[in-house]
Structure formats: C-alpha cells, structure tokens
Design a protein around this ligand. Structure first.
Ligand code: SAH
Ligand code: SF4
Ligand code: F3S
Length: 444
C-alpha cells in the first residue's frame, strides 16, 4: 500500500473543530489566497458566503475581524509562507485587531493542519471538501447544498474561472494534490455550459476552464475536446488549464487552432525530459510522446505559445537525466516554464525514495534549466517586436502604472495606457523581455 494513505483526504465535519463565532462579533473579513487557481476559485465561493453573512471584505489583516488563509500544500515553501502569515496574525490578535483565524484549502486537508492549529491557535480548520462549513462559522445557516463545488464564484468580473473537474486520478510520485483534493470528479457538460452561458450573458469576457487534468474530463462518451468546442462557441475568450500529456488529444489541439475565441497558449507540464525519470514519476508517457504532441501543436496552432512545468532534483535524478531535460527544453522551445526544485511531501512515494539529490546540485540544475528556458523565451519574444497585437486588458496594473494584458497568442504584455480591464486595445510591440512584451501607446 502506498504510504500516501497516511494523509487524511479531507476533514470530516466533526473533525474540523468548527466553533461557531458569536453572531455579530465579526464585521469584516480578509481572504488571503495561496496556490493554484483551484484555490482562487474556492476563495470566490468563500467570498460569497462572507458577503451573504453581511460581513464586508477588507484587503488588509489590520482591519479584519476574521482572516481566512486559503492555503496550498504542494511544496514545503508554500507551508513556510503560511507559517509566516500565521505568526503575523497571532501578533495582531494579541493587539486585539484580528478576532478569528480560519485556515482552509489544501493544508487544511492534510494531517499537518492539526499541528498548525495547535501551534497557532487557529479557530477553524477546513479541508477542500467541507469549505461550506465556513457558512455556519460566520453565522449563516448550514448550507451544504447551497455552497457546493458546483456553485460559481462571485460574478460580474471580466474574467472568471469555471471548474470542470476537481481532484486527480493520477499518482505522480512527488505530488500531494490527489491526497488533498481527492479523486477526479467531472462536472456535467450541461452544468458547465449553463455557467458559461450565464457568465457570458452577465458580461464576463474571459472564461478559463479549470482542473488538475482538464483533458481527462469525460461524460458518457464525450471528452474534453467536445466540451471545449462548445464553450468556445459561447464565450468570447477562452483558455483552459492544466493539461496532461497522457490525456491530451490531437483533436483538442486542432480545436485550439481553429477556434477564434481560444487563446493560443498551451500549458502542458512535462516534468522531466528523461524517460527513466518520467517512469519513476508515474507520468504515463515518454518524452517522445510529449515531443510529438508539441509538433502537432506547432502544426495546428499558428503563432501559439507553449508553457510547461519542470521538476529538478527528483530523487534518483542523474546528470544524464538532467541533460535529457535540457535537450527537451531546447527542442520544445517553451515560451514559459515553471521550474520547481523537488520538495518532499509527507505521504507521497517520492518522499520515501533513496538517492536524494544534494541541494547544491539541485540549485545548479535549476539555474541551468532556467537559463535555457529564458534564453529561448527572450529570443522568441524579440521576434514579436514590431507586430501589432490585439491585447485583452486584465485587472491590476504594474508597479509603474502600466496596464497588464494578454495577446491572442497568450503573451503577457504591458501597455502604457489607462485601458479598462475587460477591454481590448491594439498596440505595437516595441520591446521584449524573457517573460513579458512591452507595447507602445495603443492605436485605438
Ligand atoms: N495537475 C498539474 C499540476 C499540479 S501541481 C499537472 O499534472 O501537471 C503544479 C506543479 O507543481 C506540477 O506540475 C509540478 O511541476 C510541481 N510540483 C508538484 N509537486 C511537487 C513537489 N513535491 N516538488 C516540486 N514540485 C512539485
Ligand atoms: Fe499531481 Fe500528477 Fe495529478 Fe498533476 S497529474 S495533480 S502532478 S498527481
Ligand atoms: Fe496547491 Fe492545492 Fe492547488 S496543493 S497547487 S492549492 S490544488
């Protein structure tokens, strides 16, 4: 039996230690979100509960009665960050500023949350499957049915995440996600389309379909490509993440190329370029299959961009394996890669594996992969200089006041303009860095 079984999948309601907060005591709440878009989406649902309970949302801890930390458990540094926040919150609580602290999300679903609860005096710990209990804690009647994963996030924004599946049926050696998120559950196509329709009718411009392995989505003979096609017919702008190379159909790649509403960016995590490592990681594909998928993507999707995830220093990774990863990086010409140093997660197979890679070797390999990715990305981004792009403006601005946008090819762009989030501007690309393009003044 795999040692992962030691990790509790979710807190059962009775274990969560929910003590209802006296009604009226809590007037303001602050939600801090860590980790992936799954958590962003869950935070939206909790935000809805908080607003329904009559609390107002604030952005800083100092003015919050209730602080919700929606946490990530994927790597140890995610936990370190949360510890830092918990320490700060405890100080504020001693000063009489913060009244209650809730910890939700993926740490909440792991056994380690019991230690944190004790150590930091957390008032409420919830896992990923009982987030609805927050409702009771803040004085709403228990609404298990109402606050289900099917409930959409807060509406009326320009972009929205639509969850099409939760959990994951893979068992990658290093990964804690299946333990904290459970097995795959697919939402029905009708449900997804209804939500997309409603969001689009309400003015949402940009829909991102979400799931740990979106391409594994299926429903009585229908597969992800069918769902994507339907969504792309309804929404004006569509993206999806995360894809798994074992589930990715060529048909999906063709649909990306053919549909004018789909952003031409594929995020396809490879993890390693070495077949030996891919096998040890239980990824279920060889590097050749991955390369073939990328070839099809390049053929089907003109001007498309490609991103990936890579882990360096998984136990047993030799210099040869590392070189195979560098070769794959050269061959695939990624526009972006999220490179992670292996982090042992309690309860996963890899945490028990021998042949740990020494820290200094991991650091060197990390920098080598990073350099290879960035050099290539910079070269490709420079090729965009001079082109006129239609840029979708996102929420938020850069520190120096520029608008942040995205091209149809999925490039991030900074635009020197007062452009409205959710709108489009046309501008010429004037310069480029490894991570972002810089546009000139918009023409419209
Ligand atoms: N479902 C997605 C990714 C989920 S986690 C997929 O299958 O690709 C996001 C990324 O974190 C992973 O792709 C992996 O690169 C990285 N990751 C996960 N567990 C890790 C660990 N223990 N150490 C280092 N990186 C890890
Ligand atoms: Fe983790 Fe692998 Fe599932 Fe991705 S596919 S969430 S890496 S177990
Ligand atoms: Fe982190 Fe949980 Fe996402 S562990 S990466 S927040 S599914």
């Amino acid at each position: 039996m795999m040692s992962r079984m030691r990790v509790a999948i979710t807190k059962k309601p009775a274990e969560s230690g929910a003590r209802s907060a006296p009604a009226g005591e809590l007037k303001t709440a602050c939600i801090r979100t860590f980790g992936c878009q799954m958590n962003v989406h869950d935070s939206d649902r909790m935000r809805r509960m908080i607003l329904d309970a009559g609390l107002s949302e604030v952005q800083d801890y100092e003015s919050a009665d209730l602080v919700v930390l929606n946490t990530c458990y994927v790597r140890e540094n995610a936990v370190d960050r949360v510890r830092g926040h918990l320490g700060q919150l405890n100080r504020l609580r001693r000063e009489g500023k913060v009244k209650k602290i809730a910890l939700t999300g993926c740490i909440g679903a792991a056994e380690e949350s019991a230690e944190l609860k004790e150590q930091y005096g957390i008032d409420l710990v919830l896992g990923t499957h009982n987030t609805y209990e927050l409702a009771e804690f803040i004085g709403l009647p228990t609404m298990r049915e109402t606050y289900t994963p099917n409930l959409p996030g807060v509406e009326g924004r320009h972009s929205a995440f639509v969850t099409i599946m939760t959990g994951c049926n893979y068992r990658c050696s290093y990964c804690i996600v299946p333990a904290v998120r459970g097995r795959m559950i697919c939402r029905s196509m009708d449900d997804v389309l209804e939500e997309v329709q409603r969001l689009t009718a309400g003015g949402t411009e940009y829909i991102t379909l979400l799931g740990q392995t979106v391409d594994a989505w299926r429903e009585s003979g229908k597969r992800f490509a069918d769902l994507l096609k339907r969504v792309a017919e309804i929404a004006p702008r569509v993206w999806f993440t995360t894809s798994h190379p074992s589930n990715m159909e060529d048909r999906t790649l063709r649909i990306i190329g053919e549909s004018p509403s789909i952003v031409k960016r594929l995020h396809l995590p490879v993890q390693s370029g070495s077949d030996r490592m891919l096998k040890m990681m239980h990824r279920g594909y060889k590097s050749d299959r991955y390369r073939r998928k990328i070839e099809v993507f390049r053929e089907e999707v003109a001007d498309g961009t490609l991103s990936t995830d890579i882990i360096v220093g998984h136990p047993g990774e030799t210099e040869e394996d590392h070189e195979a990863t560098l070769r794959l990086v050269e061959d695939c010409r990624f526009d972006t890669a999220y490179i992670f140093k292996f982090s042992p997660r309690r309860g996963t197979e890899a945490a028990e594996m021998p042949d740990r890679v020494p820290d200094e070797v991991v650091q060197r390999r990390f920098l080598e992969v990073l350099r290879a990715v960035e050099q290539n990305a910079l070269r490709q981004n420079r090729d965009k200089i001079g082109s006129i792009e239609e840029i979708f403006i996102r929420e938020g601005r850069t520190r120096n006041g520029r608008a942040i946008g995205e091209t149809w090819s999925g490039h991030a762009v900074h635009v020197p303009a007062e452009a409205e989030p959710g709108s489009y501007v046309k501008a010429r690309i004037e310069s480029a860095g490894p991570h972002v393009l810089y546009a000139g003044e918009p023409a419209n």
